[in-house]
Design a protein around this ligand. Structure first.
Ligand code: ADP
Ligand code: MG
Length: 256
């Protein structure tokens, strides 16, 4: 692999749910250290795209490459992906997803939530995983919440725990699916700050967001999806400052 090989590359992707085609030929490239934001109306296919990258969904056409290695492709009209659970796990570990609804385990403490997968999935030493988990919880500003359960935290704190959990897998890239949209405005900013810090650190991220200010601030590249197709894309300056398509202008004025 050369340094110019993208961390994640989506080529000509098509995805249908039954008869309904929701991704209709999308190409997206994320180079190392890049933040690529996906914006678009509800139902435009943003979550589906992320879920395809993480192999939570199969696609019908096109391919997805992780550091040059095909992780999803089609052959003889069928969706193909790496065949062993171990290979799939390696990809999910490397492309770690943060969901809108946090998805923490309610019966585990915050520390257990963060260290569970490194220990049980990656086979890390428990003491090391514990230390890493505490370090990442500190990093997202909730180092004092190790021993409480998710229900005892605010939404913003829960989401920060979910981000710490994703970071603990030491992924090559983070996939964020509207990480702030389930939060009250005052809690949103706590999570926005963490995402900005991660972007400033040079993390590779694919970020689905409804927060145009966040997209403008952190992105190297912005993709506007409309009904499963890329309607417009470019740098934040191009997309937000020199909008071409009427659909994008309409979308942006509706979100202001
Ligand atoms: P977005 O994240 O941009 O709001 P989604 O990717 O969630 O969009 O959805 C794109 C389209 O796919 C929508 O029409 C949605 O109803 C449909 N869809 C999403 N998930 C499923 C599913 N599991 N089964 C059937 N249709 C789905
Ligand atoms: Mg969505």
């Amino acid at each position: 692999m050369t340094d110019t090989t993208p961390v994640l590359e989506i080529r000509g992707l098509h995805k249908s749910y039954g008869e309904l085609e929701v991704i209709k030929g999308v190409d997206i490239t994320a180079h190392r250290g890049n933040v690529v934001s996906l914006i678009g109306s509800s139902g435009s296919g943003k979550s589906t795209l992320l879920r395809c990258c993480n192999l939570l969904e199969d696609s019908q056409q096109g391919e997805i490459l992780f550091k040059g290695e095909p992780i999803s492709w089609t052959g003889k009209g069928l969706a193909r992906r790496p065949s062993t659970p171990k290979q799939i796990l390696r990809i999910r570990t490397n492309l770690s997803m943060v969901f809108q609804q946090f998805n923490l385990w309610a019966h585990m403490t915050i520390l257990q939530n963060v260290m569970e997968a490194p220990v049980t999935v990656l086979g890390r030493d428990r003491a090391e995983a514990d230390a890493d988990a505490r370090r990442y919880l500190d990093k997202v500003g909730i180092g004092d919440k190790c021993d409480v359960f998710p229900a005892q935290l605010s939404g913003g704190q829960q989401q920060r725990a979910a981000i710490a959990r994703a970071l603990c897998m030491e992924p090559e890239a983070l996939l964020f699916d509207e990480p702030t949209s389930a939060l009250d405005p005052e809690l949103e900013q706590e999570v926005v700050k963490v995402i900005k810090d991660l972007a400033a650190e040079g993390r590779t991220m694919l970020l689905v967001t409804h927060d145009m200010k966040l997209a403008a601030d952190v992105s190297d590249y912005v993709v506007f999806l409309h009904q499963g197709l890329i309607e417009e894309q470019g740098t934040p300056d191009e997309v937000f400052g020199n909008t071409q398509s009427e659909r994008l202008s309409g979308f942006l004025s509706a979100t202001r």
